[in-house]
Design a protein around this ligand. Structure first.
Ligand code: ATP
Ligand code: ZN
Length: 292
């Protein structure tokens, strides 16, 4: 077991190659961590923080973090839940969003959990799937497969499956129908429960704060527009702003430029209302990071 050691770098586990890899590395770079070419090595040093990345299979991440081999890990909630890993979930990260669902051949017309009673269910998630049925006292036979679960019914290895779904396209292409969602997932930042040095804890706190700023920025847009000065009170009502907007006079008499930040989800509503009160030249820009 590792001991408190302030001389070692903060070690972060990241999926080596898969759906989470690029988004995780983009997030780490987005919060200001710089890395050498991470395609070349499994252990990648950060150039400007006392951090190193360990690139491994996603299935191994919860265990590495639980054992304290890594201090942090970026991994799907599905994998953490499957392993029932003893780690602390610091934050959900809004990418790698998917769900674990029960699916069966369309023609079987299964509808409820009870309809799966006595069936053979193929899955890469025997833990989550087994617990789902156990907690409902429904007897099923869970068959563990490591991949290509969706073809199990056609191969007559199983009657139904429990698999990760994002769009549902793979299920459809295999003649399967999604029946019940059993687990919602997204990528999570997880932390070891082993003791950490003060230096590492402070660094983790800093990383968390930067991630918060990065996520806020990703969900916000900077907008700029020109408007008649008399429309400013109405504009202030329309804009669900974080703080009061910047209003600057323009060379044209009675006209002003208004700059502010809005949540991305409100963009189209806000845009239409702004046009109605006379705003023109409305421009929206992405924001790199934000501290409020
Ligand atoms: P590894 O070689 O690291 O074991 P893998 O094949 O298990 O890779 P990926 O297919 O890259 O893993 O999926 C990684 C994670 O991406 C999943 O555990 C899940 O959290 C998330 N994910 C998001 N959408 C989907 C989807 N449609 N199918 C599978 N995983 C998804
Ligand atoms: Zn995996």
């Amino acid at each position: 077991m590792r001991t408190l050691d302030s001389n070692t770098s903060l070690r972060i586990a990241v999926q080596k190659s898969g759906r989470l890899t690029d988004k995780t590395l983009k997030l780490l770079e987005g919060i200001g961590l710089k890395f050498d070419d991470y395609k070349r090595s499994l252990l990648v040093r950060c150039l400007n923080f006392d951090v190193e990345l360990l690139l491994i299979r996603d299935d191994d991440i919860p265990e590495y973090v639980e054992d304290g081999v890594c201090d942090l890990g970026f991994v799907g909630a599905n994998v953490v839940e499957e392993d029932q890993a003893d780690v602390t979930i610091l934050r959900g990260l809004n990418y790698g969003v998917c769900r674990l669902s029960l699916a069966a051949p369309k023609e079987d017309k299964l509808k409820s959990a009870e309809d799966f009673s006595g069936k053979k269910i193929a899955t890469s998630y025997p833990g989550i799937t087994g617990r789902f049925f156990e907690s409902r006292n429904i007897d099923v036979q869970v068959i563990t497969l490591s991949g290509s679960v969706e073809i199990a019914p056609r191969l007559e290895i199983a009657d139904a499956i429990s698999d990760l779904v994002s769009t549902g396209g793979t299920l459809k292409a295999n003649g399967l129908e999604e029946v019940i969602k059993i687990f919602d997932s997204e990528t999570q930042l997880v932390k070891t429960n082993k003791p950490l040095s003060n230096g590492k804890s402070e660094l983790i706190e800093k990383i968390l704060q930067r991630i918060e700023g990065y996520q806020k920025a990703a969900n916000s847009r900077y907008i700029m527009m020109n408007a008649p000065e008399k429309a400013v009170p109405r504009i202030k009502e329309i804009i669900p702003s974080l703080k009061s907007p910047t209003v600057m006079p323009l060379a044209d008499n009675g006209m002003v430029a208004v700059h502010t930040v809005i949540p991305l989800t409100t963009f189209w509503d806000v845009m239409e209302q702004l046009k109605e009160v006379g705003a023109t030249g409305i421009v929206m820009l992405p924001i790199e990071s934000m501290i409020v």
